[in-house]
Design a protein around this ligand. Structure first.
Ligand SMILES: [Cu+2]
Length: 283
């Protein structure tokens, strides 16, 4: 079923749930191929069967039986059953089952023209308050209140998303301005960010960035200059003039690597806090 996807240039599947999506993609493409051949054949048959030489005078009465109307109705009912009875419940059971903060690595994603802001709760596992009045595009793009409860140790990055492999990842997606869309093709994740809404999405990476980069050797992507940065985040909604440069990178660590990265970020925070002190190294 899935082999058909090889011809569509789909990126490698680096997600624990990706195979289910690929399976559906494969099924849909097979179904469309069958429909295309079926309707194409019918079209060519009709061209020959009703050619002018054989039907010199048009028949204004047309079809008299109700067979085609009944058929139409039957198709419509079957499609409704498929949609309401199967598609919506299956989608809800897979996607709506959002993990709680304790069962997943919880990260907030705040999209804006034209960058991705990532907000990590820090060692205490608690997000500090973000307030529109505190937004400063240079120093505090998400308006984080450092003195709010849980806010002091929060980590904020721009265009750089880090998370561990083989762990449930929960992203809470929001936007500061227009509609954007976070697209992580290798994890089979794509979700619009809608102004005024926070939309949770969840997935699990099955491959570290290191393994991913190795898997690309010898492929067309291998020659791209940014390849050493690994997985890319593309904005998948045309969101303005700078849409083309709304590009981020994902680094999937192993457990130890993710912890080391968190520690490194915590150190940076401390250094920033000491900024006003005299006697620092950069003196
Ligand atoms: Cu965008």
């Amino acid at each position: 079923m899935i082999e058909i996807l090889r011809y569509f240039g789909l990126p490698i599947d680096a997600s624990a749930d990706g195979f289910a999506i690929d399976e559906i993609l494969g099924l849909v493409h097979w179904l469309m191929l069958i429909l295309f051949i079926g309707w194409g054949t019918f079209f060519i048959y009709s061209l020959i069967r009703f050619r002018q030489r054989r039907n010199p005078v048009a028949d204004h009465d047309g079809v008299k039986s109700h067979f085609s109307s009944v058929l139409e109705l039957a198709v419509a009912i079957i499609e409704m059953v498929l949609l309401v009875g199967f598609a919506i419940p299956i989608w809800a059971s897979r996607v709506n089952d959002v993990p709680e903060s304790g069962n997943a690595v919880h990260i907030r994603v705040v999209a804006q023209q034209f960058a991705w802001n990532f907000h990590y709760p820090g060692p205490d596992g608690m997000f500090g308050l973000t307030e529109p009045s505190r937004v400063d595009e240079e120093t505090n793009p998400i308006g984080l209140n450092r003195s709010s409860l849980g806010g002091a140790d929060d980590i904020v990055t721009i265009n750089q998303l880090h998370f561990p492999v083989n762990k449930r990842i929960r992203l809470d997606l929001s936007t500061k301005d227009v509609i954007h869309s976070v697209n992580l093709p290798e994890f089979r994740v794509k979700q619009d960010a809608i102004p005024g809404m926070t939309i949770p999405i969840h997935f699990e990476a099955s491959m570290t960035s290191k393994d991913f980069i190795e898997s690309l050797s010898g492929t067309a992507r291998d020659t791209l200059p940014e390849i050493e940065k690994g997985f890319q985040i593309a904005c998948a909604q045309l969101c303005g003039l700078g849409h083309y440069r709304m590009k981020g990178y994902v680094k999937v660590h192993d457990d130890a690597g993710f912890q080391a990265w968190l520690n490194e970020q915590a150190e940076y925070l401390e250094e920033e806090g000491d900024e006003d002190d005299w006697g620092d190294d950069d003196w």
